[in-house]
Design a protein around this ligand. Structure first.
Ligand SMILES: C[S@@+](CC[C@H](N)C(=O)[O-])C[C@H]1O[C@@H](n2cnc3c(N)ncnc32)[C@H](O)[C@@H]1O
Length: 244
């Protein structure tokens, strides 16, 4: 997969994407990440990428010419998404969608954002990583890149993970999980997980996913059409593990 990122802080993105799973995926040739710096396309002696907004107002905006020139020169894969708080909310469904493409590109804003003509004419859409305002698009770009690339075949050790974890096939949050020791500071691992009864463990796990999602993300329960009569019985059979 090829991913191109347009940013005036290419090192921030490159460094983050050089570690752990993603770093290995790049080293193995599974991910071809290319950063392009609009500042390289400025023509003035100060290499200026920002200017004051027409009509006045707080802060500075990114000028259109260096961004447009860097996009023209890169031959980057489409879609090209601007990162911005006003965009479509990036979620696991969209990560899965992007993971199915051969590549995509991201444009990071800074200051108070970018000249709107870039948004209107040169990008294919806008992506938000949440209802929060960051100082720049680089952290958002890293979030998108990590969420997408871990879904690519060969990147994660366990191909089952995206199916069984939160927002997976059943649309629920993940159940609580435990590792050794079986008792830690007097806190015990639920007996069912040590029973060896795999059918019962699977039922307990589904019950815990349901309990947790009902308590913490009722919107996800509504989105999957509620709880079936069989699932209701599971909820009664297995009480919820405390989940503060
Ligand atoms: C300070 S923000 C600009 C915010 C803009 N003035 C507004 O009110 O919507 C600077 C840059 O950070 C990035 N950014 C900030 N919050 C973001 C979010 N929630 N999701 C994605 N990118 C974000 C965008 O690239 C944006 O152009």
């Amino acid at each position: 997969m090829r991913i191109d990122v347009f940013t005036i802080f290419p090192t921030m993105v490159d460094r983050f994407c050089s570690e752990a799973l993603l770093g290995r995926a790049r080293a193995n040739g599974l991910v071809d990440l290319r950063c392009h710096d609009p500042r390289e396309y400025t023509t003035d002696v100060h290499r200026t990428v920002d200017d004051a907004p027409f009509g006045g107002g707080a802060g500075m905006l990114m000028r259109p010419e260096p961004i447009a020139s860097s996009i023209d020169a890169a031959d980057a894969p489409r879609p090209l998404y601007l990162l911005g708080p006003g965009g479509r909310r990036f979620d696991q469904a969209m990560a899965t969608e992007l993971a199915g493409l051969g590549g995509f590109s991201l444009l990071c804003g800074r200051y108070e954002g970018i000249d709107h003509r870039i948004r209107e004419h040169l990008v294919d859409g806008e992506l938000s990583v949440g209802d929060v305002v960051l100082a720049g698009g680089e952290v958002a770009a890293c979030l998108v890149i990590e969420a997408v690339t871990r879904l690519l075949p060969g990147v994660m050790g366990n191909a089952e993970s995206p199916i069984t974890e939160s927002f997976g096939a059943d649309g629920l949050l993940e159940e609580p999980n435990y590792t050794r020791p079986a008792e830690f500071r007097g806190w015990e691992v639920p007996a069912v997980l040590r029973s060896g009864d795999h059918a019962r463990i699977a039922r307990w796990r589904l019950a815990q996913r349901l309990h947790r999602t009902i308590a913490h993300r009722p919107d996800l329960i509504a989105a999957r059409g509620g709880v079936s009569p069989d699932e209701q019985r599971l909820l009664e059979e297995f009480p919820a593990v405390p989940y503060p």
